[in-house]
Design a binder for this molecule. Structure first.
Ligand code: UDP
Length: 254
């Protein structure tokens, strides 16, 4: 197999050059990290599950008219995506109090929020992804006011759709993180959903038991991380037929 050019390696994913101009290959690793990379580990099979979950959610969102970078899944760990210019923001939506909201405001974890809250963080590992507001974003030129409006409107639609989808399978969508990019077609630019949506980037709680089914299991050393991710995939109806034994998938070739 021809060696592919690796363009970027992140905590949980690797981006390779795609087969055609304007495309990239997104490869999902089993590596896990938390607390700005101060905690790292490996969860065997996580990449395979996240590839499937993200594919499923991106396709569902596309069905309701949300533009995304997703093109198609290539194999167990990889998907073909459109090359976009990533906007350096993490857009976080919260429906229920958890994580940093507990620490910042002394709120009780699990309290439903009176309305969904959207927050922006500037993507910079070096700076620890500081929280920013519209003033910083537009003053520093990370996104223009119309781009911000578009991201906010897409984010709220995604939140409504995903909250309903997960409620239907007994999962509470507590909060999640999105990334967006600029997609250039001819001389037109569109804001599209990028990166991934998976238990690495969302907080999922079982509606009945409040059990955590996401990366917090890794953050908090709760164990059963892979099983929880698998259960999310199972409820979405997308576990590979051959079951858990099949979850290892091909390893990353450098
Ligand atoms: N999140 C993420 N990547 C980050 C930071 C946050 O995917 O770098 C997700 C996180 O999994 C959660 C939501 O965004 O679903 C809100 O996270 P929070 O601000 O509470 O920070 P955390 O508790 O994850 O440090």
């Amino acid at each position: 197999m021809a060696r592919r050019r690796q363009l970027f390696e992140g905590k949980a994913k690797v981006i390779f050059e795609g087969p055609e101009p304007g495309t990239l290959v997104q490869h999902f690793k089993d590596d896990a990290s938390a607390f700005q990379d101060r905690k790292t580990g490996t969860i065997t099979g996580k990449g395979v599950i996240n590839n499937r979950i993200s594919e499923h959610l991106m396709m569902k969102l596309s069905d309701i008219g949300i533009p995304t970078h997703f093109m198609r899944r290539l194999n167990m760990r990889e998907q073909l995506i459109r090359e976009v210019e990533i906007i350096p923001l993490e857009v976080v939506v919260r429906n229920v109090v958890a994580g940093s909201l507990v620490k910042r405001f002394g709120l009780i974890e699990g309290t439903p929020l009176p309305r969904s809250i959207v927050e922006y963080y500037y993507k910079s590992g070096e700076l620890g992804d500081p929280m920013v507001n519209e003033e910083h974003i537009t003053a520093f030129g990370w996104a223009s006011p119309p781009e911000l409006d578009e991201m906010m409107s897409l984010t709220l639609r995604i939140n409504d759709f995903m909250s309903g989808l997960f409620m239907g399978i007994g999962i509470r969508l507590v909060d999640f993180r999105l990334e967006f990019g600029r997609l250039w077609e001819e001389d037109q630019m569109r804001i599209v959903l990028a990166d991934e949506i998976s238990p690495d980037s969302c907080r999922f709680w079982d509606t009945k038991t409040d059990e955590k089914m996401d990366r917090d299991r890794f953050r908090e050393d709760m164990g059963g991380v892979k099983e929880a991710y698998q259960e999310v995939a199972r409820r979405l109806g997308i576990l590979p037929e051959s079951g858990p034994a099949d979850m290892r998938g091909p390893e990353l070739m450098q």
